[in-house]
Design a protein around this ligand. Structure first.
Ligand code: FES
Ligand code: FES
Length: 176
């Protein structure tokens, strides 16, 4: 419940998954709470709320960020991507999501959104990771479900498929 007078809240305008969105935040409001409670983007989950578990990871101007360590006021004018924006524009799961489904890497789902946002950002920058690279990346995500094996398998296959897709020649008009 908001206990501060309405005029103590600040207007925040940002780009969320490509859409311009506006909401209001008290000065101490966390980005995770702003996304979930003010903008209704509940795909971002909150675990530890102090920067350890990685569940709340979103992309802030393209880079992974802990939304529980970021104030809503800090993202005014920024681009935020959350798991709701990962799928293709026609609604199909993207390659990384498809690989998560194939390898049963979703697990209980609590950490999944944060892991996907980290991996999506990482693979965009480092398209040819080793399994050790994926291990290191996942060290920033604490998950109680399993030993991470399905997530690693999904990430490695996604990297291969994304590389193959990016090296395919573009479809010409005649092939459509
Ligand atoms: S909820 Fe943000 S790192 Fe755990
Ligand atoms: S996905 Fe279940 S605890 Fe991480």
């Amino acid at each position: 419940m908001n206990t501060l007078p309405a005029d103590s809240r600040h207007k925040i305008t940002l780009e969320l998954n490509g859409d311009r969105r506006t909401g209001y935040a008290e000065p101490r409001m966390l980005l995770s709470d702003f996304l979930r409670h003010e903008l209704g983007a509940t795909g971002t989950h909150v675990g530890c709320e102090h920067g350890v578990c990685g569940a709340c990871t979103v992309q802030l101007d393209g880079l992974p960020a802990r939304s529980c360590l970021t104030l809503a006021l800090q993202v005014d004018g920024c681009k935020i991507n959350t798991v709701e924006g990962l799928s293709e524009s026609d609604g199909r799961l993207n390659i990384l999501q498809q690989c998560f489904r194939k390898h049963h890497a979703l697990q209980c789902g609590f950490c999944t959104a944060g892991i996907l946002m980290s991996l999506d950002s990482y693979l965009a920058t480092y398209p040819n990771p080793t399994e050790a690279d994926i291990h290191e990346l996942l060290s920033g995500h604490l998950c109680r479900c399993t030993g991470y094996a399905p997530i690693i398998a999904a990430a490695c296959e996604a990297a291969q498929l994304m590389q193959a897709a990016s090296s395919e020649p573009p479809i010409t008009q005649d092939q459509k």
